[in-house]
Design a protein around this ligand. Structure first.
Ligand code: PMP
Length: 406
């Protein structure tokens, strides 16, 4: 049987046919440049972009004028962090973030350090959670910006962004969240999260690649990041360059669909996800859940099979697309910075596999992957001569003693 199951929905998702349908006219008959204000083609494209902006804003509880379209979340994170630190540099030089952030935040922070800013990288506990008290404790009179992601792309852990937002607002510090993995999967409202900036990317929610946005709070705030791409003054001067009209239309349609289907989809995927883990606890046994057991994305399952090297397991399951960590760093042999930050023993971190379920996952696929993984893990453990291969009814080895709490 020529089976291939895609279970790497955190890396990217296929474009939903309904999104594709919405985008298509903007490649052909409605191909105008929204910056062309003198003719109908330009107006039609411009109206489509403004409709999309209003729609995207609605899904996160923002106003249309607070949304700046970008090429994705990497660019949105760059604009938020580089742009806001440039805006606020007269006030201070200190930035706070977390060790488990995506590289599009961490690499920017490292570059900012080279340019004279000081960055505090907060630790997380064994489940990947940052303590809001640690954020409060790290804020000084020189702190200008805090950046904490909403949902982790590897372990799915949901950070207490609302609590951190309240702390930042009361201390007058700008707060950015990378919500790339969260929007469309869990309810996201910029008001209750008390964020000033929020990054998002369409290709994580069945929209096209190469488009996303940065939310910038304008209500009660006059602060805006310094633009990082200059040119024709598009997007209110914050991000120049001819707009990706089909992409923007697709981004909005993708988010509308995600909002409408979020609840049912979340229940379906988390149900299957939990069944997979329960099945593996029985066979092959000795499986460890990485990330928080309940405060996590509904479609995320990150587990370690101690004694089975992650890459070996993946290589032996070419019929199943999964990941050993973040796709952006999957070529690196050492455990990802996220798993390392959890304080996992090397054997556990080195055997971690991320399963990302998604809209087009079927029950049949879930059953297939559950069986394939169990079979391969047992086979590889047997090859290593490990005792307990195929052990029945063994309890999940998720003892606090194997994790560190900062
Ligand atoms: N942040 C997170 C949490 C992500 O998962 C990703 C995608 N891997 C990004 C940022 C970067 O998004 P993009 O691919 O749109 O640049």
């Amino acid at each position: 049987m020529d089976t291939f199951v895609y279970m790497d929905y955190h890396a990217t998702t296929p474009v939903d046919p309904r999104v594709m349908e919405a985008m298509l006219p903007y490649f052909t008959e409605r191909f105008g440049n929204p910056a062309s204000r003198q003719h109908r083609q330009g107006w039609v494209a411009g109206e489509a972009v403004e409709r999309a902006r209003a729609s995207v804003a609605r899904t996160i509880g923002a106003a249309a004028r607070e949304v700046v379209f970008t090429s994705g979340a990497t660019e949105a994170n760059n604009l938020a962090l580089k742009g806001m630190s440039a805006t606020l540099q007269k006030r201070g030089d200190h930035i706070i973030t977390v060790r488990t952030e995506h590289n599009s935040v961490l690499d920017v922070c490292r570059k900012l350090e080279k340019n004279g800013f000081r960055v505090t990288y907060l630790d997380v506990d064994g489940d990947g959670l940052v303590d809001p008290g640690d954020v409060a404790g790290a804020i000084t009179g020189k702190t200008i910006l805090v950046s904490v992601m909403l949902a982790n792309n590897e372990i799915g852990t949901l950070q207490p962004v609302g609590e951190i937002g309240a702390i930042c607002r009361s201390r007058g510090v700008a707060f950015h969240t990378d919500a790339t993995q969260a929007v469309g999967k869990i309810p996201v409202d910029v008001g209750s999260l008390q964020v000033d900036l929020l990054a998002m990317s369409a290709h994580k929610v069945y929209g096209p690649k190469g488009v996303g946005f940065l939310y910038i709070r304008r209500t009660g705030s006059r602060l805006a990041p310094v633009s990082q791409i200059d040119g024709g003054g598009h997007e209110g001067g914050l991000r120049s360059g001819t707009l990706n009209v089909p992409g923007i239309v697709g981004c909005a349609r993708a988010l509308e669909l995600a909002a409408a289907e979020m609840e049912a989809e979340g229940l379906r995927l988390s149900g299957w996800r939990d069944e997979m883990l329960r099945a593996w606890e029985t066979s092959p046994g000795d499986v460890r859940l990485n990330g928080h057991p309940t405060r996590r994305l509904p479609n995320n399952l990150n587990v370690s099979f101690p004694g089975v090297e992650d890459n070996l397991l993946m290589m032996n399951m070419k019929d199943v697309a999964v990941s050993t960590g973040s796709a952006c760093s999957s070529s690196k042999p050492e455990p990802s910075h996220v798993l390392s930050a959890l304080g996992l023993p090397r054997g556990v971190a080195g055997s971690a596999i991320r399963f990302g379920l998604g809209r087009f996952t079927t029950e049949e696929e879930v059953r297939y992957v559950t069986g394939r993984v169990a079979e391969e893990v047992m086979r590889l453990r047997e090859l290593r001569g490990m005792k307990g291969a195929g052990a029945r009814n063994r309890k999940i080895s998720r003892t606090p003693s194997t994790t560190t709490t900062r």
